[in-house]
Design a binder for this molecule. Structure first.
Ligand SMILES: *[C@@H]1O[C@H](CO)[C@@H](O)[C@H](O)[C@H]1NC(C)=O
Ligand SMILES: *[C@@H]1O[C@H](CO)[C@@H](O)[C@H](O)[C@H]1NC(C)=O
Ligand SMILES: *[C@@H]1O[C@H](CO)[C@@H](O)[C@H](O)[C@H]1NC(C)=O
Ligand SMILES: *[C@@H]1O[C@H](CO)[C@@H](O)[C@H](O)[C@H]1NC(C)=O
Ligand SMILES: *[C@@H]1O[C@H](CO)[C@@H](O)[C@H](O)[C@H]1NC(C)=O
Ligand SMILES: *[C@@H]1O[C@H](CO)[C@@H](O)[C@H](O)[C@H]1NC(C)=O
Ligand SMILES: *[C@@H]1O[C@H](CO)[C@@H](O)[C@H](O)[C@H]1NC(C)=O
Ligand SMILES: *[C@@H]1O[C@H](CO)[C@@H](O)[C@H](O)[C@H]1NC(C)=O
Ligand SMILES: *[C@@H]1O[C@H](CO)[C@@H](O)[C@H](O)[C@H]1NC(C)=O
Ligand SMILES: *[C@@H]1O[C@H](CO)[C@@H](O)[C@H](O)[C@H]1NC(C)=O
Length: 631
């Protein structure tokens, strides 16, 4: 059993029996729900989940990740803010709030939704933490929602619960593939929208909107904005859920927005057009929480906050099915030996990359039930990189590219540079073939993040990494990754080496990890002058790509073991609980999980070179492969 799983079980067990809800008869009304939300915010700020009346098996979620109750934000939160916009849904036994919270002293916009059962025990806790300190400060300046959100609407002016949902849902239907031809009459003519505490409709400030340079969009009203088609870069809005506060005629909704990177221009607004921001070069998924205040059946106020998830991330509360498994079972094209030897694997790997490049998988010999993942999420073959890839570096031709193979298990790996539209990345790709068909394709793509104009491509609301890769040239890949290994047998590299490496990373100790004395490691292209062993032990100031107080190393996966080259391509998740001593550097102060694809060279049974990339993930993120196979 993994440490993670043990923690989950321990946390569930420790809170399950402690119940402080006072016995009351009848349902939980607005004031009951509001005080439950107060209790919740007090408990998290006190780092004490035992104060909460939780049901056994309560599900606690941060930014779509299931986290043991008491971990994650529970270890770092303080100071619930003055601004507290509460939405009560007594019919569904749910309460939601848009508020602020400090995380290691830094302001965040914090959204919580609680669901209780008939015994008033909490069964679901869903939270969205948006790391936008300026937005949080704007909210604190407001101190409270505009009065219109909080009024009880006279019965005669109300619309039904179902109609409130139908009308609110039109916002998403209108935004998904937003185009100028839609009917957007569901907006009230005096509608306004607030985003992270900032008014973004009817503003005459001339400030550019979002990641774009467009200065006219925010001057328009809600309906006129939709009529421009400007928001067409949102290609899908899924996992839509609605909490309904009928008395106030408001709805709090939670949804997931995909931007599949195929929309390449912004329509003109007010006669001027601007290019699509680089942020949308690569496939992106954002989670959104929106409050809607309706007037009659029109949307009158919108209060919105976004944060980014890994592309394709599914809601932790919707049993949304895995993408349909491709039923393609083509017997065409590539000659594939069975078993597929090194040369065969190399050809198939190249075909997969070529197919991505031409955005067409139909020439590939895909097995029935083939699985495709990107950064730990299963998505459709044909989605993600299959849409955005524009070039990749070629092994044997370009200086930063390599290929690996393990004919015994039918796996092959590619490590090289990609371009998705204009954005560079490093791709660690694994394929698996069986009986002449491709059964698995796993992409781990770490894109360069630039903090350039209008926030460049920097992932929305994440902290900086200890070492950012901002598309600086990576130079040649160290030739040791291309040469044959020394002393490796042609059969295997002992798996104990990888176990000791991951254990060493977890414990910040190189005692039991076999490194050569001259071993060097790069993270996101940066290499210090400490040896691998000294770096792992966290000695001194080193440009180590990982914060030196990280904890668990989970979801450890060997992607390919190439015994001939003496190279292992791996990926793992490393947690940073952000609970280090003293005042933490900004890079370390946010609970985080790092996804780390790495190439590891093994010579004579010792690690001699490590080439690693680091990608930020929300705390608690895990790989779908690990979940599916239960490694
Ligand atoms: C909050 O209000 C203060 C005082 O009016 C102002 O100086 C500050 O800029 C405001 N902060 C934000 C983030 O709007
Ligand atoms: C737009 O939708 C509204 C409400 O459904 C409808 O009354 C109106 O006729 C529609 N307008 C057009 C131009 O189709
Ligand atoms: C934002 O808009 C609302 C009306 O929607 C208004 O009450 C509020 O004063 C505006 N805030 C600012 C800072 O302009
Ligand atoms: C939009 O165009 C109108 C008419 O040309 C002009 O009056 C207005 O100032 C423009 N608004 C912005 C924000 O550019
Ligand atoms: C926005 O304007 C800046 C400064 O002029 C420019 O560098 C940048 O490329 C522009 N970005 C887009 C997406 O147009
Ligand atoms: C994909 O490739 C197949 C085989 O070459 C071809 O028939 C098909 O039209 C292509 N599809 C697209 C969308 O280009
Ligand atoms: C990507 O988005 C475009 C534009 O909305 C859509 O036409 C296309 O079907 C989407 N592709 C995938 C694979 O989702
Ligand atoms: C690497 O090892 C294999 C298998 O032993 C051998 O066939 C090949 O020639 C070697 N390549 C080089 C460049 O030495
Ligand atoms: C290498 O070590 C020296 C001495 O500790 C230090 O001054 C220098 O900055 C280091 N260089 C790098 C690239 O870390
Ligand atoms: C982590 O690194 C910092 C500075 O880089 C250093 O001051 C600190 O001692 C290190 N902590 C550990 C546990 O090695």
């Amino acid at each position: 059993m993994t440490t993670w799983l043990r923690n989950v079980i321990a946390a569930v067990a420790s809170v399950a029996v402690l119940v402080i809800a006072q016995p009351q008869s009848g349902g939980c009304d607005r004031s009951c729900l509001e005080s439950l939300m107060s209790e919740y915010l007090t408990a998290i700020a006190a780092h004490d989940p035992k104060r909460l009346p939780t049901a056994p098996g309560v599900k606690y979620v941060e930014n779509q990740q299931i986290v043991p109750l008491g971990e994650g934000e529970w270890l770092v939160a303080s100071s619930p803010g003055k601004y507290r916009h509460v939405f009560a849904d007594p019919e569904a036994n749910e309460v939601g709030a848009i508020t602020t919270l400090k995380e290691n002293g830094v302001g965040t916009i914090y959204i919580a939704r609680l669901k209780i059962n008939d015994d008033r025990k909490i069964t679901e806790i869903e939270t969205q933490i948006t790391r936008d300190p300026i937005g949080a400060a704007r909210y604190e300046n407001m101190t409270q929602p505009e009065a219109v959100w909080l009024e009880a609407v006279p019965l005669a002016q109300r619309i039904s619960r179902d109609r409130l949902i139908t009308q609110s849902n039109k916002y998403y239907t209108g935004m998904e593939r937003n185009d100028p031809k839609g009917n957007y009459s569901f907006f009230d003519k005096d509608c306004n929208r607030l985003e992270d505490g900032l008014n973004t409709t009817n503003q005459r400030t001339g400030d550019p909107y979002g990641h774009s340079n467009d200065t006219a969009f925010a001057s328009l009203g809600c309906e006129a904005q939709f009529q421009t088609g400007f928001l067409g870069f949102v290609t899908k809005i899924r996992d839509r859920r609605f909490l309904v506060d009928e008395e106030r005629q408001v709805v709090l909704s939670m949804t997931i927005l995909d931007h599949n990177s195929t929309v390449r221009e912004l329509p003109s607004v007010n006669g001027t057009s601007s290019p699509i921001p680089a942020y949308f070069d690569v496939p992106r998924t954002l989670q959104a929480t929106e409050g809607f205040r309706l007037k009659g059946d029109k949307l009158f106020r919108i209060e919105m906050t976004l944060t980014e998830n890994p592309y394709g991330m599914r809601s932790a509360f919707v049993g949304s099915p895995l993408p349909p498994v491709s039923s393609q079972d083509t017997s065409n094209s590539i000659f594939m030996g069975d078993p597929c030897d090194r040369i065969c694997l190399s050809k198939v790997l190249d075909q997969v990359l070529q197919a991505m490049l031409v955005h067409n998988a139909s020439t590939l010999p895909l097995a029935q039930g083939v699985r495709y993942s990107e950064n730990g999420q299963f998505i459709d073959v044909g989605d993600g990189l299959w849409l955005s890839l524009r070039s990749f570096s070629k092994p044997g031709v370009d200086e930063y590219a390599a290929q690996f193979a393990d004919p015994t298990s039918g796996t092959a790996g590619y490590w090289g540079l990609t371009k998705e539209h204009t954005t560079p990345g490093v791709l660690a790709l694994r394929i698996r073939v069986d009986s002449g068909k491709i059964t698995e394709i796993e992409a781990n793509a770490v894109r360069a993040e630039s903090s350039g104009s209008r926030f460049g491509t920097m992932t929305l609301m994440r902290p900086p990494l200890p070492v950012e890769w901002e598309s600086d040239p990576l130079g040649p890949l160290d030739p040791v990754f291309l040469q044959n290994g020394t002393g490796a047998t042609a059969t295997s590299i002992p798996s104990t080496i990888m176990t000791s490496y991951f254990d060493g990373l977890e414990q910040h100790s190189s005692t039991d990890t076999p490194f050569t004395t001259s071993c060097l490691r790069r993270d996101n292209g940066v290499q210090g002058n400490l040896t691998c062993a000294a770096q792992m032990a966290g000695h001194g100031v080193s440009p180590n790509g990982l914060y030196n107080l990280t904890s668990t190393v989970r979801d450890r996966r060997v992607l390919v073991t190439d015994a001939e080259k003496g190279v292992v391509m791996v990926v793992a998740m490393i947690d940073n609980t952000a609970t280090g001593p003293g005042s933490l550097p900004v890079t370390a102060s946010v609970p985080s999980t790092y996804l780390i694809p790495q190439l590891i060279k093994v010579d004579n049974g010792a690690i001699s070179r490590v080439e690693g990339m680091v990608k930020w993930m929300p705390y608690g993120y895990s790989s779908a492969w690990t979940e599916e196979k239960g490694f």
